[in-house]
Design a protein around this ligand. Sequence first.
Ligand SMILES: C[S@@+](CC[C@H](N)C(=O)[O-])C[C@H]1O[C@@H](n2cnc3c(N)ncnc32)[C@H](O)[C@@H]1O
Length: 247
Amino acid sequence: MNQADSRTDNLPVAGSPKNSDVRRMFGEITPAYDFLNRFFSGTFDRRWRSLAARAATEGLNPCARILDLATGTGDLAMDLAKAAPAARVHGADFTRPMLAHAAEKFGRGRFEWIEADAMALPFENDFFDALTIAFGLRNMDDRPGALAEMARVVRPGGRVAILEFGRPRNRIWRALFELYLFQIMPRVGRLVSGSMAYLYLAQSIRNFWSADELSAKMRAAGLGSVTATPLMGGIVYLHVGVKEPAS
Ligand SMILES: C[S@@+](CC[C@H](N)C(=O)[O-])C[C@H]1O[C@@H](n2cnc3c(N)ncnc32)[C@H](O)[C@@H]1O
């Protein structure tokens, strides 16, 4: 086994990741996670999350209950708290170091930080008025199952806002993005975090559904009026769907 193999053989397999591998990987990169998010996106990640928070909370009852799923270090949960100051914001994730970091950054007063797997959420049906998830869905081993859980815990008429990486339609932009993903991100990521996780993250972006596929899967999970907004020329998409009333 060469050195590169020994560094990558404990990474999740992009496209069909195992939960335990994903959890371990995110646990390893927690200390460097926020810095690398800002660095790799040129701080655009802040704007993307704030757009998702505004889309999810538009027209919401001020005392709403909102879930930020796969909350990681909690940045989108914080944007939700800013967009809906009287709302109760829950941040759920299955990687304990990520959640601990979120609680350390933002405290517990405005938030409930919950250790939970997206495939089996510990909430009753129709519990939340809105739900968000940013850059988490593609790491899940049963994405249709996770979408069904999201639709289950949101009330009819509630919004689900999903931020995920996409594939730019413009060929030149897409080629530049891939170059950045595969040549720059893994090298800088390894230097800063000491982990090859950023190679897995690049592969998982390439293996994720297209924006049209994600829209179709959201509809299949019971979310209607689905919109897909490309951000930064399609590098990222914001999908929003509304839970349909039970027929
Ligand atoms: C790329 S990070 C995104 C974190 C945060 N939402 C953000 O915008 O920075 C993906 C997160 O998804 C979480 N995650 C992946 N699969 C999960 C699952 N099945 N259940 C709960 N959390 C999961 C990971 O632990 C990690 O914190």
